[in-house]
Design a protein around this ligand. Structure first.
Ligand code: FES
Ligand code: MG
Length: 567
């Protein structure tokens, strides 16, 4: 078969001379004579600490590529570190996806190995690869090892929220809180809870884009480098077999991803990412598919934030294949993986080694997990709740709204002793959607009022058009669509309105008659769009959460062809 890179390198023209000559810097002399050119899209960055080790992983990929006869080419791509990037890494996910897409297309490569880890990196890489549609395989960078503080394991993210609430409640000293800092981040790798990074690595494997058995391997584990080496080899054969994303990612692949997401008790963020990836493939995935396929699936994995353990325990207990084996009947048996074999073919020899961490099907952590999709006059296009991370007694609740128009408004008033709020109130935070913030930050799990914490209140119903961290917990209705800034009815709610949440009925409503709602002037927050730059482009084109918050013009694929030369 003719390689894509031959369009650059083959022949004796002046242009092929230019393409080859500048690349001849120590590579084998036959490098451009029909050998597959394999990019390693690397999100390693010192400012993305969760991914900083990926350059070592890339070295193992390179060895595998060479060994199989290909030419490895490291391609640093836009990297997003969840903890540093302001105002929220989600604002830049589509930028990373667009930049990666264009660089994969613009360069003489035949296939790509995608190295990601921290939350947005695997989603942006998969969105890019789907839109270029060249052979692509993911190596997830893996979680960090369990860290302990005073003998107790600390879960990244989750325990930050928990410990900071303890400080606010006066049950933990400020100095002990700060001392736990370096214990939480024990090693290289991404967050070790079932947050978004762990979730997306596992979901990418369920989707078929990771070699089965690899996702969840801890970052410092030598088996990760072995897997990276093997994936490098595989990438070369993917080119020969022309196994592009569009050739094996189907509705069935997304079914498997949704079943996995539910069974692992994964992050709500996976919903926007999977919707965006499906959008790039032209597949008709909707919010309702998540509820229909996933909401009755049992949660089998006892990891923080829903449970007790961490990713190192998960890997030791058998990992994703052990989980999927328990729910095998729910999977699409035909959906293929990157190896060319169906996902279900990898489940025969996948025992559970520790049934405390990975529960058998008949003893689940939560009988019906998954993500519930709510609708109602507060969320005509949908909203999510993760019942496994919520309080059972609040899943059906009626309370009076306490409305905050922005995160600044929330921060200014939430701890005010005179704020009219009690444990039955419903906290409403708006202006945090894709357009409103902009970028849809992880603020939906808003901290509870200090005076209620002191009374022992640990959960309240919260409603927001933003997201929440995959490491967070609570009875939080999030991703409300349309968002307030896009004219959603969330903008019309007033403090004192009665709000009814009924997860069983899949409803979230404000008890205000339609005619009165219609009369209320939309809340006039300052949603003025920035004058220039990415934010300008983003606000003009970003879609709502129920469609994956991608830019409207980035849905679909442009393919890999580039006809014109630069000289
Ligand atoms: Fe990078 Fe959590 S901050 S995965
Ligand atoms: Mg996160």
């Amino acid at each position: 078969m003719k390689l894509r890179s031959a369009d650059w390198y083959a022949g004796e023209s002046r242009n092929s001379y230019i393409h080859r000559a500048w690349m001849r810097r120590g590579v084998p002399s036959d490098a451009f004579e029909g050998r597959p050119q394999i990019a390693i899209a690397n999100t390693a960055s010192d400012l993305t600490p969760c991914n900083a080790h990926l350059t070592e992983v890339a070295a193992s990929v390179k060895n595998g590529v060479y060994e199989a006869g290909g030419i490895p080419l490291e391609l640093p791509v836009v990297s997003l570190g969840e903890t540093n990037v302001r105002p929220t890494a989600m604002l830049w996910r589509n930028l990373a996806a667009m930049a990666t897409e264009e660089m994969l297309r613009a360069n003489p490569i035949d296939g790509v190995v995608l190295l990601g880890g921290c939350d947005k990196t695997i989603p942006s890489l998969l969105m890019a690869a789907a839109s270029v549609d060249i052979p692509a395989v993911v190596v997830p960078g893996g979680p960090m090892l369990n860290g302990t503080f005073r003998g107790v394991p600390l879960g990244c993210g989750t325990d930050v929220w928990r410990l900071s609430e303890e400080v606010r409640a006066g049950t933990l000293s400020q100095s002990d809180f700060i001392r736990s800092e370096s214990a939480m981040i024990r090693s290289r790798g991404h967050c070790n809870t079932m947050g978004t990074a762990s979730t997306m690595a596992l979901v990418a494997e369920a989707l078929g884009t990771v070699v089965p058995g690899v996702a969840g391997t801890p970052a410092p584990d030598s088996r990760l480098l072995e897997a990276a080496h093997g994936t490098g080899r595989l990438a070369v054969s993917l080119v020969a077999e022309d196994r592009r994303p569009s050739t094996f990612l189907t509705a069935g692949s997304f079914r498997n991803a949704i079943v996995a997401l539910a069974a692992i008790g994964g992050s709500t963020n996976a919903v926007v990412h999977l919707l965006a990836i499906a959008g790039r493939l032209g597949l008709d995935l909707t919010l309702d598919d998540f509820d229909r396929i996933g909401s009755r699936v049992p949660v089998l994995v006892d990891l923080l934030p829903a449970g007790r353990f961490l990713m190192e325990d998960f890997h030791r207990a058998g990992g994703l294949r052990a989980v999927l084996r328990e729910v095998r009947d729910l999977l699409d048996a035909d959906a293929l993986t990157i190896t060319g074999k169906p996902l279900v073919d990898y489940l025969d020899d996948a025992p559970i080694w520790d049934p405390e961490v990975i529960r058998p099907r008949d003893a689940p952590l939560v009988a019906e997990g998954g993500i519930a999709v709510l609708r109602g006059n507060l969320a005509p296009s949908g909203a999510l709740i993760k019942p496994a991370a919520a309080s059972a007694h609040l899943l059906r609740h009626r309370g009076r709204a306490v409305v905050f128009d922005s995160i600044e408004d929330f921060q200014a008033r939430i701890d005010d002793p005179s704020l009219d709020v009690d444990a039955s109130s419903v906290l409403v935070l708006r202006g945090c959607g894709p357009r409103g913030y902009p970028g849809m930050p992880e603020v939906a799990n808003m901290p509870l009022p200090k005076k209620l914490l002191a009374e022992g209140v640990r959960d309240m119903v919260r409603v927001c058009d933003g997201r929440m961290s995959g490491t967070a917990y609570g009875t939080v209705v999030l991703h409300v669509a349309p968002e307030a800034a896009a004219g959603g009815p969330l903008a019309l709610v007033r403090t004192g309105d009665w709000i009814t949440l009924d997860v069983e009925a899949r409803r979230i409503d404000v008890d205000v008659p339609p005619d009165e709602l219609a009369r209320r002037a939309p809340d006039t927050q300052n949603f003025a769009a920035p004058a220039r730059g990415w934010e300008r482009l983003y606000i003009d084109h970003v879609q709502q959460a129920d469609q994956g918050a991608d830019l409207d013009f980035l849905r679909g694929s442009s393919g890999a062809e580039v006809l014109r030369e630069s000289h």
